[in-house]
Write a protein that binds this ligand. Structure first.
Ligand code: THU
Length: 134
């Protein structure tokens, strides 16, 4: 399943709209119901209005009727750049809304998997829906 997710993230990356940064990113979520939901970054001439690939993928998941993330692959960067295209801080929190702290995030470059993390590793001591369950 990991390889399938990485393939879907690659296909999503190819559809990114990133004319300002020239940094296309693709993301593919495996939902707990078994669906795969992909998204790409969508930039805007009014720069702050741009949207990350993870946000697009979360929107696709919600519109498909799923509410829980089992696993995600994120792909960005250039072959051999030696960098990790980890989700930005805002997206770590967006993922937290729909995922358990142990959810796996596969960080990929165009050539494939570079490193896997749990959400908790990237967003320790997080605030989530449970904090508001009073
Ligand atoms: N970006 C993502 O879509 N996801 C990430 O994980 C990191 C950054 C996008 C935002 C912007 O369109 C471009 O990459 C450069 O920051």
């Amino acid at each position: 399943m990991k390889d399938r997710l990485i393939g879907e993230a690659r296909a999503a990356m190819a559809r990114a709209y990133a004319p300002y940064s020239n940094f296309p990113v693709g993301a593919a979520i495996l939902g707990e119901g078994g669906g795969i939901h992909a998204g790409a970054n969508v930039e805007n001439a009014a720069y702050p209005q741009g949207q990350c690939a993870e946000s697009s993928a979360i929107g696709a998941m919600i519109m498909a009727g799923e509410r829980r993330i089992r696993e995600i692959a994120v792909m960005g960067g250039q072959p051999g750049d030696g960098l990790l295209c980890t989700p930005c801080g805002g997206c770590r929190q967006r993922l937290r809304e729909f995922a358990a702290p142990g959810m796996t995030i596969h960080v990929c470059g165009p050539e494939g998997l570079r490193r896997s993390f749990t959400l908790e590793e990237l967003l320790p001591h997080s605030f989530g829906p449970g904090n508001l369950a009073f």
